[in-house]
Design a protein around this ligand. Structure first.
Ligand SMILES: Nc1ncnc2c1ncn2[C@@H]1O[C@H](COP(=O)(O)OP(=O)(O)OP(=O)(O)O)[C@@H](O)[C@H]1O
Length: 576
């Protein structure tokens, strides 16, 4: 029996569907035992020359066979239902854990591996909980009860059965450590391969354009072959275990029957003892054999447990320990202050932001500019607490953002990133992602402001058009316009535009920037920009270099004055 401590802890959340599975298992075993007793009695009657008695008992046995057919059907329905419930609960928990961990976790974990854990790992756990663990309980209770009863009939036979049951439950387990090691190795190879395949699919355009698709395919084939070898090694061990179990079951049953024959020969019991032992010994081992089958079904879950526990026990990069609510809203936006903020990415040699002091005025637009790698996106990501500063603090109207509940903080921000993700749902649903209650008029108004309404109406089903995964059927500029509309709908007091118009052509950008004037009103707006046309709309400009502020001030003062901003523009890092 393989009981995994961590999996048992997790089972606490799904104990009642499992209890139902145990009860169904016990009822099925009860029908087998009743049938065995009746058949033993029928054979005894037949042996004693009473055909009528035998037929009577066999008829009763038939009732139990029919009853069991129904019970097994119900058990399968219940097990499937319990399995579905277990999967849903575990997945909810894992998805919630992933959401808490956020992008910081996925930036170093491979997406394909996390996905394999969420899908195949959880699928593997379902039979562990819905079939294997309930069968463990049945295997402990049923043979114990039968052997205890056997002690009242014949002590020697009872001892032999007891020893054989203990052996059959323990001897094959000697291989378990080895089996677990191979299993974990196979699971690791499996998740690695899943991650490789996902990466290859996502990067297929790049692989093809660099003529690297063939080479990548060869690597994947090699890894796939390693996985096949790991699976075969695991299967070999597992089959050896099954063989050992079968051998011990046969030995136990035969030994009990031989002993019963000897007892009958010595006159220590009648033919009924012989038949009873034959059938009850069989029933003693039935749960053990079923446990073997359930083990093969639930084994994948045990090998996946490392991935699942790693995900569940991973610590979010920031603690959601704040309790305050956000008092500001659109119309009364906050002033944002960075006080002596320093931050390094885990493992990085140099800080991405160094001792930064910055005030972003409430209701104004501040442009953050700087060369690639200067720290612009990092500064913005600290606002949403993807990470917390190593030193210093970020304040909204004087309140440290760590004092706020994360949910409250994030509800105060509307962010448009350079890389927008659109889901495989309708345009309207995508737009309502952050504002589920937005009316049709509000959705369309936001789209008009983001210059998206016109192209949406030209789509086959307009706002109801279901987009391809990632919004692949749209151009980069169209995706960004939708992301802008989504942010406008969110109606948050802080608007963050991280190169939000980088995929839009200059004419399109001009229109959006003009339209966004109205949106920026009443909001504290941060713009990371590469184009002069975007910066031109800012009230303040902050120039970053190597994680430090090298120039800042009101836009009217900085533009045209010699200094880092002008150097940056001249170096064409900022496109005009
Ligand atoms: N997830 C990460 N892990 C480790 N280092 C990172 C990570 N993201 C960014 N960095 C590093 O932090 C520094 C600042 O990066 P950041 O993305 O903030 O720059 P940026 O100014 O936004 O650049 P760009 O204009 O190219 O987007 C860079 O040196 C970068 O290599």
């Amino acid at each position: 029996m393989m009981i995994h401590r961590r999996l048992l802890e997790l089972a606490g959340r799904v104990w009642w569907p499992m209890t139902v599975c145990v009860l169904m298992g016990l009822i099925v075993s009860g029908t087998y035992i009743a049938q065995a007793l009746l058949v033993a009695q029928a054979l005894t009657e037949l042996f004693e020359g009473s055909a009528d008695g035998a037929i009577r008992y066999l008829s009763f046995a038939l009732i139990f066979i029919v009853l069991r057919t129904g019970v097994i059907w119900v058990r399968e329905v219940v097990t499937t239902w319990a399995g579905g419930l277990i999967r849903a609960r575990l997945r909810d928990r894992l998805v919630a854990a992933l959401a808490d961990l956020g992008p910081a976790y996925l930036s170093h974990a491979r997406a394909g591996a996390a996905q394999a854990t969420l899908t195949d790992g959880v699928d593997g756990l379902d039979p562990y909980y819905s079939r294997y663990l309930p069968q463990v309980v049945v295997t402990v209770l049923v043979p114990t009860a039968l052997v205890a009863w056997m002690f009242t009939l014949n002590t020697t036979i009872a001892w032999v059965l007891l020893i054989c049951i203990v052996l059959v439950l323990t001897v094959p387990r000697l291989q378990d450590l080895k089996l677990m090691a191979t299993g974990k190795q196979r699971w690791q190879a499996y998740t690695d391969l899943s991650a490789d395949y996902l990466e290859a699919m996502q990067g297929i355009t790049t692989l093809r354009s660099f003529g690297a698709a063939e080479r990548r395919r060869d690597t994947l084939e090699e890894r796939s072959h390693t996985l096949y070898q790991d699976t075969m090694a695991e299967l070999k061990l597992s089959l050896t275990e099954s063989g050992m179990t079968a051998l011990l079951v046969q030995t136990g049953t035969s030994a009990a029957v031989v002993l019963a024959a000897v007892a009958v020969g010595r006159g220590e019991g009648g033919a009924s003892l012989m038949f009873l032992v034959l059938l009850i010994a069989f029933e003693c081992f039935r749960p053990v054999r079923d446990l073997g089958k359930a083990w093969h079904a639930g084994y994948l879950g045990i090998t996946a447990v490392d991935g699942i526990t790693a995900l569940l026990s991973a610590k979010p990069t920031v603690a959601d320990s704040g309790t305050s609510l956000a008092p500001w809203k659109a119309g009364t936006p906050p002033t944002i202050t960075f006080e002596d903020v320093q931050f390094s990415y885990p493992g990085a040699r140099t800080p991405a932001l160094q001792r930064l002091d910055l005030t972003i005025r409430a209701g104004r637009t501040t442009a953050i500019v700087g060369r690639s790698g200067a720290g612009k996106s990092t500064l913005v990501s600290l606002l949403g607490r993807t990470h917390d500063p190593d030193v210093g603090s970020i304040l909204f109207d004087g309140m440290d953002i760590r004092e706020l509940r994360i949910e409250e903080l994030r509800a105060s921000l509307a962010v448009v990133n350079q890389h927008t993700y659109l889901f495989n749902i309708s345009v309207r649903e995508n737009l309502r992602l952050g504002a589920v209650d937005a009316s049709e008029q509000q959705v369309e108004h936001a789209c008009r402001m983001a210059q998206a309404d016109e192209f949406i109406r030209e789509l086959p089903q307009g706002y109801e058009t279901v987009l391809d995964e990632g919004g692949k059927s749209l151009s980069g500029g169209q995706r960004q316009r939708l992301a802008l509309a989504r942010a406008i709908l969110r109606n948050a007091p802080v608007l963050i535009l991280d190169e939000a118009t980088s995929h839009v052509d200059t004419a399109g950008e001009f229109e959006i920037v003009q339209a966004l004037k109205g949106v920026r009103e009443g909001r504290t707006c941060l713009m990371i920009a590469h184009r002069l046309s975007t910066i031109a709309e800012a009230d303040d400009i902050v120039v970053l270099d190597d994680g430090c502020i090298v120039q800042q001030g009101a836009a009217v003062d900085l533009r045209g004055r010699p200094g880092p901003l002008v150097d940056l523009l001249n170096s064409q890092e900022v496109r005009v």
